[in-house]
Design a protein around this ligand. Structure first.
Ligand code: ACO
Length: 171
């Protein structure tokens, strides 16, 4: 991943366990988000999940810089298809330090997406397992996420179980 190595990465790639790269296939690389991943289709990928209109390069850089300026908080990983230099999967874990549980740490899994053409090839479970490993290594006592009913079987395959309900108020 020469271009990715030159680019500014969101966090130290050493945080990703070696198993992250296992059984991915030769043409796929798992790494932290890079500051220029908008040029590799990051927002196109996220648009299969929700509205993700294109951002100007400056706006993308500003968000990247904001995430990077919060140490040990934002961990976004991507899987890159090397020959096309395109992102085919992504996901984040956002770490929240609590006052409860003796100052415990919760991991929030967010924005999981696998390109339609690559779904069903275990990239989704690879992203979740890697984010979970990061959360575990950072000391999280639990990891939580919100998902649609349709995705419950996927997350159950990843080892999650249903608990509580989500509430929302759009502003
Ligand atoms: N229903 C039932 N089982 C499923 C589903 C599903 N919707 N999706 C995957 N699985 C199963 C697979 O069959 C597989 O089972 P197996 O191990 O027995 O063979 C296992 O889950 C792992 O599947 P993967 O191949 O890793 O799944 P994939 O790479 O296709 O990724 C994902 C799944 C992320 C849901 C993908 O379909 C996707 O990007 N969907 C659109 C965006 C989306 O909904 N993202 C999740 C939003 S929730 C959030 O971000 C917190």
């Amino acid at each position: 991943m020469p271009s990715a190595i030159r680019a500014d990465l969101l966090f130290d790639p050493g945080v990703i366990p070696h198993s992250g790269q296992d059984s991915l296939g030769q043409d796929l690389i798992l790494r932290p988000l890079a500051s220029d991943d908008h040029t590799r289709g990051h927002l196109d990928l996220l648009s299969i999940l929700t509205a993700a209109p294109q951002l100007s390069p400056t706006a993308y850089s500003d968000i990247f810089a904001h995430h990077k300026s919060c140490p040990s908080t934002y961990f976004t990983i991507v899987i890159v298809h090397e020959s096309t230099d395109t992102l085919v999967a992504c996901g984040s874990i956002v770490l929240e330090r609590k006052f409860v549980r003796g100052g415990g740490l919760i991991g929030h899994i967010e924005d999981i997406a696998v390109a339609k053409s690559m779904q069903g090839r275990k990239l989704g479970i690879k992203i979740i397992n890697t984010l979970e490993a990061i959360g575990r290594a950072k000391g999280c006592y639990k990891i939580i996420l919100d998902c649609s009913k349709d995705n419950i079987p996927f997350y159950e395959k990843c080892g999650f179980k249903h608990k509580e309900y989500q509430m929302v108020r759009y502003l």
